[in-house]
Design a protein around this ligand. Structure first.
Ligand code: PRP
Ligand code: URA
Length: 222
């Protein structure tokens, strides 16, 4: 694994979590194919929580001053604007809990896109979005960014529904260099927050070293 991938080519809108020993340890568990599924779920959830917390840093804030129990002022900030999540089914649904833990009663839309395993082309089957999605910041959820085909299709759906690139923050666990390149070339103003940029893709469009099929492991359909 190259860790930071190709840092010199990364746009400022691609944010890679700091590669701390904690994060490396979590990845060592979820990438280890000998570990039981229960460990995969537990430690993937921990990585997802870190990604969500980082993603929230890219929401706008305005100054807010409060009074503490010491009758002193504290100059802080509060979030501006409203948010929603949109998960790319099915693997993206694994990230919903992490988002809900940080943002109580957050609205979550769904877009069902499946890769055709033969052609690797993404196919849109279903979408359901908050009616006012165009007025919200959208945290787009999908743990795996391989060719980028699924995410690009999902982003196109959001743009067709009135969202702007600048409003979309794509939260992702593992990306491939090709996936990052394809998305940033098409949507330069969209932000991507990822925990890892891996080395490459195999001939089936799976990420190397990757971890296999995230959705299958997480939901137990492998
Ligand atoms: C996976 C993953 C992404 C997509 C990434 O979904 O969750 O949505 O593949 O590949 P891409 O960048 O080449 O489009 P998959 O189609 O395997 O379905 P799943 O969510 O049911 O596992
Ligand atoms: N989807 C996955 O779940 N894993 C990959 O490596 C690529 C796409």
């Amino acid at each position: 694994m190259s860790g930071l991938g190709f840092p010199s080519a990364l746009s400022e809108n691609v944010i890679v979590l700091p590669q701390t020993n904690q994060l490396k340890g979590l990845f060592t568990i979820i990438r280890d194919c000998t570990k039981p599924r229960s460990e995969f779920i537990f430690y993937a959830n921990r990585i997802i929580r870190l990604i969500v917390e980082e993603g929230l840093n890219y929401l706008p804030v305005s100054p807010k001053t409060v009074t503490t129990a010491q009758n002193a002022s504290f100059d802080g900030v509060e979030f501006d604007g409203r948010i929603c999540g949109v998960s790319i089914m099915r693997a993206g649904e694994s990230m919903e809990q992490g988002l809900r833990e940080c943002c109580r009663s957050v609205r979550i839309g769904k877009i069902l896109i499946q890769r055709n395993e033969e052609t690797q082309q993404p196919v849109l089957f279903y979408k359901k979005l908050p009616k006012d999605v165009a007025t919200r910041y959208v945290l787009l959820l999908d743990p795996m960014l391989a060719t980028g085909g699924s995410a690009i299709k999902a982003i196109e759906v959001l743009l067709d529904n009135g969202c702007k690139q600048e409003q979309i923050i794509f939260l992702n666990v593992i990306a491939s260099p090709a996936g990052i390149k394809n998305i940033t070339a098409k949507f330069p103003k969209l932000r991507i927050v990822t925990a890892a940029i891996d080395d490459s893709l195999d001939e089936r469009g799976y990420i190397i070293p990757g971890l296999g099929d995230f959705g299958d492991i997480y939901f137990g359909t492998e």
